[in-house]
Design a protein around this ligand. Structure first.
Ligand SMILES: CSC[C@H]1O[C@H](OP(=O)(O)O)[C@H](O)[C@@H]1O
Ligand SMILES: Nc1ncnc2[nH]cnc12
Length: 307
């Protein structure tokens, strides 16, 4: 029965540790080949009875640093539940005047400024080599589909929250915020937003063949404005609660429809499914049975059964 499946995963970022309008069903804490997820995953029922999975990226008590989020465990655990699409939320800094704190953004590009300390591939540490396509780091069809639905949800109840699309997010290492020079440089590079969490999450979702979209919520103007003080955590906290309330409203409004959109097998939205087929170097697949077993957890399509 379709309602028994958990097709949609929601990842909550800073400030977003639960969703509204859901009935808690149970916690699941799968041990993946890459360890345990950030926190046990909450399986919740929408008012329609459809099930979704919710995961707080930094843990429920916000105890996990952006550089040590177990993204491989998070993404593979969601996939193991049957999830096809991930709706991720993130608190971001704005690199553009018009994107004022409180704005919502559906970015379509990423600049990687992480420092190589985060495991960014399921294939890392194995003898199997793969090169996923990542030119479009978010799932375009899902993002385009979301635009009108998120807009409508934001316009509800006179919330007056701006929505931006076609923006580029810089993902930096942290945990310290950027210098003024870095912030100005990111603007010159074409960055519109900045956070510490879009990667490797989006890369791993791509390797897992999941549809992945990010709802970015602006909390501050980072450090590029010459006559203003640079961002502090206290400034971020000021906007975090309001943004989280709005994020919960958006999720409660659109989750049912997202579920329907991804429910049909082979549906139009599943544009990532099959994308890894030609990304895995065929000779390397023959090499190591243990590695194949490990990868079968996240990509059973290619690694379960004898080669
Ligand atoms: C609390 S300010 C910096 C912190 O907030 C964002 O977290 P998330 O993306 O999980 O909402 C940002 O990426 C940093 O980790
Ligand atoms: N200015 C900023 N830089 C990095 N991550 C952030 N998250 C929220 N604001 C941020």
């Amino acid at each position: 029965m379709a309602d028994e499946k958990v097709l949609i995963g929601v990842i909550g970022g800073s400030g977003l540790y639960h969703l509204d309008n859901l009935t808690f069903v149970k916690h699941i804490n799968p041990e993946t080949p890459w360890g345990f997820p950030s926190t046990p995953i909450a399986i919740c029922a929408l008012p329609s009875g459809k099930k979704v999975a919710f995961l707080a990226r930094h843990g429920i008590g916000h105890t996990i640093h952006p550089s040590t989020v177990p993204s491989r465990a998070n993404i593979s655990a969601l996939k193991s539940l049957g999830v096809r699409a991930v709706l991720a939320f993130s608190a971001v800094g704005s690199l553009r005047e018009e994107i004022s704190p409180g704005s919502f953004i559906l970015p379509d590009q990423i600049i990687d400024r992480t420092k190589g300390v985060r495991p960014a591939s399921f294939f890392e540490g194995t003898s199997i080599v793969a090169h996923a396509s990542f030119g479009d780091p978010f799932s375009n069809k899902f993002v385009n589909w979301l635009e009108s639905r998120v807009k409508k949800a934001l316009d509800d109840e006179g919330r007056d929250v701006k929505l931006f699309t076609n923006k580029c997010i810089v993902c930096m290492e942290g945990p310290q915020f950027s210098t003024r020079a870095e912030s100005l440089m990111y603007r010159q590079w074409g960055g519109d937003l900045i956070n510490m969490s879009a990667l490797p999450e989006a890369k791993l979702a791509r390797e897992a063949e999941l549809s992945y979209a990010l709802v970015a919520t602006a909390t501050d103007y980072d450090a590029w404005r010459p006559d203003e003080s640079s961002v502090t955590a206290a400034e971020v906290f000021k906007t975090l609660t309001q943004n989280a309330n709005t994020s919960r409203h958006v999720a409660a409004t659109i989750l049912d429809e997202i579920y329907e959109a991804f429910a049909a097998d082979g549906g139009d939205m599943l544009e990532e499914v099959g994308s890894m087929k030609l990304s895995i170097m065929p000779r390397s697949v023959q090499q190591n049975a243990e590695d194949r077993k490990k990868l079968a957890y996240v990509l059973p399509e290619y690694f379960s059964g004898d080669q």
